[in-house]
Design a protein around this ligand. Structure first.
Ligand code: PMP
Length: 417
C-alpha cells in the first residue's frame, strides 16, 4: 500500500488546517532551518549558521569527564532529578554569573534545556494572544519563532551601533499604550547581539532599566555571548543592576558545548514557582546527565582558560571577515564591527533584496541569512547576517570574496555603482 493510500485509510484529511490549534497555524520552519540543507553542502562556504566552533574543545578531556561521571556517580547521573535543576550546578551557575557582576542565590536559578527552553517558558507564563513583546530591530530568530507560537505581537525598537536606543523605546511604549495594548516584556540581547553583533553601552543599560522599571515592563536579558568579548569584558549584566525587574537567561552552549543543552533562567523570586511548574510540565526535569557533566567540568577543568581559547579562535575569524569585507564589498554597503560573539550585520542599498539574491549567492557557493529572518514584520529585505564562528579564516575570506562579487554585480546591474 502506498503512503498516500495508507493516509486515506487512516481517514486523515489532506488538509489539517481545521484540526490544528490556532497557535500551530503560525508554526513555520525558520528561514535559517530551510537554509541549512543547502548551506551544509561541503562545496558551499556557509556564513549562515551560528554553530559554536568545537574545534577548540579538547574532546579527550570531555570524554574523561563523562566517563568519570558515569563510573563514580552513574546512578544519580542517569536518574530523574529536580525540576528546578541540580543544586550543585545552580551554585556553580551563580559563580559563572558573578563574572558579569551578578550577585545571585542558587534558589533563584532554574536550569533549562538550553536557554531556548527558558524563552519558551517565559513566553508561556506571560503571553496571551495579542500581548506585546518589545524586541530589538533586528532580533534573534529563535526568540521570534517562540513569540509567534504564543501569538504575541512583536514590536521592534530601533537600535544603532551602541544597541537599543532609549528614546526609541520611550516612543514605542507611548504609542503602544495609546493603542490600548499591553506590553508584557522587552527581550534584549545586550552583548554581541544576534544578529547585529553590537554591544549595548553601559549608560544605555541603566537608562533602559529605568524606563522599564517605571513602566512596569519586565526586561528579559538573553546573554549567550557575554563571556565571548574579544579584547575586554562586556559591561556588567543588566541583572547586576536590577534584581527585581530583570529575568536573566544564560547558557553553556557557547562557553562549553551546545550538545549538553544546559541553560538557565535567573528570575525574580515572585516568578520562580510558575516557571518551575511550567518547566516540569514540559520536560519533568532537565537532564541530570548533562547537568552533572557540566558540573564536573566546571569543578575539575580550567573552564575560564577554555573560554579564552574559544574567544581567541573567534577573534581570528572575526578579523578575517572584517578584513575581507573591507577588501571585497562594494561602496554603498556597510557593516557592524563586533567586539565579541559570532555575527556581523550587513546593510546594502534598499534596492537590493537579500532573499532574491540568495540563489545567486548559492551559485557562487556562499550562504548567508537574509535580514527578514530577524524581523517579525517583513522588514530587513536589504540586510543580511554573516557569521564567522564556524568556517576557517581561509574559507571566510573565500566566502566573503564570492559574496562581494555577487553583490557588486547586482549593484552594477541596478546602476547603483
Ligand atoms: N538566544 C540567543 C540570542 C541565541 O543566539 C541562541 C542560540 N543561537 C539561544 C538563545 C539559544 O541557545 P541554547 O538553547 O543553545 O542555550
Amino acid at each position: 500500500m502506498s503512503i498516500e493510500q495508507k493516509r486515506f485509510h487512516t481517514g486523515l484529511p489532506e488538509n489539517l488546517t481545521d484540526r490544528f490549534a490556532n497557535r500551530a497555524l503560525g508554526m513555520k520552519a525558520s528561514e535559517i532551518r530551510s537554509l541549512f540543507a543547502v548551506a551544509s553542502r561541503p562545496d558551499i562556504v556557509s556564513l549562515a549558521g551560528g554553530m559554536p566552533n568545537l574545534t577548540a574543545l579538547p574532546m579527550e578531556v570531555m570524554a574523561e569527564v563523562v566517563n568519570k561521571l558515569i563510573q563514580d556517580n552513574g546512578a544519580e547521573a542517569l536518574q530523574y532529578g529536580s525540576g528546578q535543576g541540580h543544586p550543585k550546578l545552580r551554585e556553580q551557575i551563580c559563580d559563572v554569573m558573578a563574572l558579569e557582576g551578578i550577585s545571585a542565590h542558587p534558589d533563584d536559578v532554574i536550569v533549562t534545556t538550553g536557554s531556548q527552553q527558558a524563552l519558551d517558558l517565559i513566553t508561556r507564563i506571560f503571553i496571551d494572544p495579542g500581548d506585546v513583546i518589545l524586541v530589538e530591530a533586528p532580533s534573534y530568530v529563535g526568540a521570534l519563532g517562540t513569540f509567534k507560537q504564543y501569538q504575541a505581537q512583536v514590536v521592534h525598537v530601533e537600535m544603532d551601533q551602541n544597541g537599543l536606543i532609549p528614546q526609541a523605546l520611550r516612543n514605542a511604549i507611548s504609542q503602544i499604550k495609546k493603542s490600548g495594548r499591553k506590553i508584557k516584556f522587552i527581550y534584549l540581547i545586550p552583548n554581541y547581539q544576534n544578529p547585529a553583533g553590537v554591544l549595548l553601552s553601559a549608560d544605555r543599560r541603566t537608562e533602559i532599566l529605568e524606563i522599564c522599571h517605571s513602566e512596569q515592563i519586565f526586561v528579559v536579558e538573553d546573554n549567550p555571548y557575554g563571556l565571548l568579548g574579544f579584547d575586554r569584558p562586556s559591561p556588567n549584566a543588566m541583572r547586576a543592576e536590577d534584581s527585581e525587574n530583570v529575568i536573566y537567561l544564560g547558557t553553556f552552549s557557547k562557553t562549553i558545548a551546545p550538545g549538553f543543552r544546559v541553560g538557565w533562567a535567573l528570575v525574580p523570586q515572585s516568578l520562580k514557582e510558575k516557571l518551575v511548574i511550567a518547566s516540569e510540565s514540559s520536560i519533568l526535569c532537565p537532564s541530570n546527565f548533562s547537568q552533572l557533566s557540566i558540573s564536573s567540568y566546571l569543578s575539575d577543568q580550567p573552564w575560564r582558560a577554555q573560554i579564552a581559547s574559544f574567544t581567541k579562535l573567534y577573534k581570528v575569524r572575526k578579523d578575517a571577515m572584517l578584513e575581507s569585507l573591507e577588501k571585497y564589498f562594494p561602496k554603498g554597503t556597510s557593516w557592524t564591527k563586533p567586539e565579541g560573539g559570532f555575527y556581523v550585520w550587513i546593510t546594502l542599498p534598499p534596492e537590493i533584496d537579500t532573499n532574491a539574491l540568495m540563489p545567486k549567492a548559492i551559485v557562487a557557493k556562499v550562504a548567508y541569512v537574509p535580514g527578514t529572518a530577524f524581523y517579525a514584520d517583513g522588514f530587513g529585505t536589504w540586510s543580511m547576517r554573516l557569521s564567522y564562528c564556524y568556517p576557517t579564516p581561509e574559507r571566510i575570506k573565500e566566502g566573503v570574496k564570492s559574496l562581494g562579487a555577487v553583490i557588486t554585480e547586482e549593484m552594477e546591474r541596478r546602476q547603483l555603482i
